[in-house]
Write a protein that binds this ligand. Sequence first.
Ligand code: KG4
Ligand code: ZN
Length: 323
Amino acid sequence: MKILGIETSCDETSAAFVEDGVIRTNVVASQAEQHAEWGGVVPEVAARMHVEAISGVIEAARQGEIPDAIAVTNRPGLVGALSVGVSAAKALAYAWNRPIVGVHHIEGHILSPFDSVVEPVFPFLSLVVSGGHTELFLVRDFGRYELIAETIDDAAGEAFDKGARLLGLGYPGGRALEDLAQSGNPKRYTLPQGLRHDAHRWSFSGLKTAMKRLVEVEGEKINREDAASSLQRAIVSALVAKVDAALNEHVVAGLSLVGGVAANKALRSAVEQLARRDGLQCFIPPFDRCTDNAAMIALAGAIRLERGEHDGFGFETLATSEL
Ligand code: KG4
Ligand code: ZN
């Protein structure tokens, strides 16, 4: 089955063409530069830029082919941004007379490691870490996701981005912070780990405040590499600690790490180490499928379509939606 995937939930306009689980194309046009001067995504700007980019991105992804079905992110996300992808998808499904499915963005991330080569083993734990989400799910089967832990304030990606901004790195700063941390000493500065003894809730807001204070107190004499490295260590240990706690609570066959922050090498190796320790299969997508992309939406849509499920033309776009 040939599926056209479309993703416009935040600041990436993306379209992908997936055939029988093989990713033929995965085109991503990022707006990050345009939002950088504001230090975050401006919803109105995002929607307008999706309108400009969407047709070209879809044409580049499908390369003249007409798919058997269309999968599009319809929830959760910025409604104006989502609406651009959903409208384009509905128009094409109507014109080509093809079935369409609305995909939950987080389900897209959870299924992002799985293609024609990598198959899941159930049940597995999935750590979803992005700019907007920090959640741990117990995945019992396709479509069966149990929330085990979540953040009560900032997402892990926000903690990276805010730390990066304090250190004068651009937006989004996760990648730049990781690069700076490379040569730093992670033990130089002590940063707090919120809700350390709570197995089901993360908190990253205290870390952000502590980082701000550190930058203020140290002033000119701050070692930026060490500060970046210490922050990365604090975030990675906080994330991994709750995965470890969940592994004590649940018997699983696999462990997965997905979302934009899954591109972080320190986090990837910490999760791989846990999986190795417990003899679990480890599922982490390649770097280009960690941050938002349409291939993951096409892969998630394919599973529903193969079961004969699809949506009519009336489905909505939603800002928030539980998985
Ligand atoms: O999944 P994603 O593309 O968008 C959302 O759905 O939020 O995730 C973007 C987030 C940003 O906060 C970005 O700073 C972070 O992922 N990120 C990283 C790295 N690459 C991207 N954080 C840490 N290390 C990285 N290498
Ligand atoms: Zn995402």
